[in-house]
Design a protein around this ligand. Structure first.
Ligand SMILES: Nc1ncnc2c1ncn2[C@@H]1O[C@H](COP(=O)(O)OP(=O)(O)OP(=O)(O)O)[C@@H](O)[C@H]1O
Ligand SMILES: [Mg+2]
Length: 279
């Protein structure tokens, strides 16, 4: 089982969007996947068509984690019920009218451990070292999944450190903008400190560049800066800034099943990033 955190100590750069794109790629590639929504806002859960029920969310499991306990809250994403090939763009926000399952879609595994305000009790900087094992314990022995994607909050909280401690890889998401470059530096420095504490090793880190626009001189400058700072860690391909991304998320739909060339371009990019992760 490959466990990957999607993290950044800067808000709104596209962490949840990258989780959703990779989850869509995993569904398409039939990689059995669990999305763990560590963000108390629960954005990824919402876009995956799953709503936390009181007592059945990540925060409750992390209060008293038992081995493999996340299985008890894992809920199938509504994406597994979408038709494989969309014939029309779904009308307006929300799920398609028929909600029908198709053969492959019904078999594919994409579960969500839903996020909610119940995890807020761990969204603070203070932690005891032994607390950092909570998520790792709750994930241990989950044989159903080949891939776990963890959507992190934008803070260096106990939640984020728990995610890093449980992960084989950490992807930091960056936009080509001044504040985001600074946020990526913060993230990579914190990760390096976490690793050199020698309590946990983070074997691999990468930087996913999101919301790239070709028409911006400022963005081109920041792209060069990101390459200079993180060169070998920068994930190929980068992700373009496309308004269809927001449309797809608003409809709680997987990008791989959204019609049109821009969505196909995004889907292909997420597929390539996933292939690099699961190689
Ligand atoms: N490549 C993209 N093209 C267009 N819009 C995007 C792209 N990536 C993200 N967005 C939009 O940017 C907004 C923020 O993205 P998202 O919620 O994924 O960021 P986040 O890092 O998870 O935020 P937070 O720190 O609040 O959890 C959303 O409205 C999302 O739809
Ligand atoms: Mg988010």
């Amino acid at each position: 089982m490959q466990i990957v955190s999607i993290s950044s100590l800067k808000g709104g750069v596209g962490k949840s969007s990258v989780v959703l794109g990779l989850a869509s790629a995993a569904l398409e590639a039939h990689v059995p996947t669990l999305v763990v929504d560590l963000d108390p806002h629960g954005d990824a859960s919402t876009a995956l068509g799953v709503h936390a029920r009181p007592g059945h969310e990540v925060g409750t499991v992390l209060r008293r984690p038992r081995k493999g306990a996340l299985a008890s809250v894992a809920t199938a994403s509504s994406w597994t019920k979408h038709p494989i090939t969309p014939h029309t763009v779904p009308a307006g926000p929300g799920a398609p009218a028929d909600g029908s399952s198709t053969g492959d879609g019904a078999r594919a595994v994409l579960d969500v451990a839903p996020g909610s305000a119940a995890s807020s009790h761990l969204d603070h900087a203070a932690f005891r070292t032994k607390d950092l094992k909570r998520l790792e314990t709750a994930l241990r022995g989950l044989a159903r999944y080949e891939l776990v994607l963890i959507d992190c909050p934008p803070t260096l909280s106990a939640l984020t450190r728990m995610a890093w401690a449980a992960s084989h890889k950490v992807l930091s998401v960056a936009e080509p903008s001044l504040f985001s470059v600074a946020g990526t530096k913060r993230t990579m420095t914190a990760l390096a400190q976490f690793e050199t504490s020698r309590i946990w090793a983070v074997p691999e880190a990468g930087v996913v560049i999101n919301r790239v626009r070709d028409d911006s001189v400022e963005q081109r400058h920041r792209m060069r800066e990101l390459q200079e700072l993180f060169g070998p860690l920068v994930v190929d391909p980068v992700l373009p800034d496309l308004s269809v991304m927001q449309q797809i998320q608003g409809a709680a739909w997987p990008v791989h099943r959204w019609p049109g060339a821009p969505a196909q371009d995004l889907a292909q990019r997420f597929g390539t990033i996933l292939a690099g992760l699961t190689r």
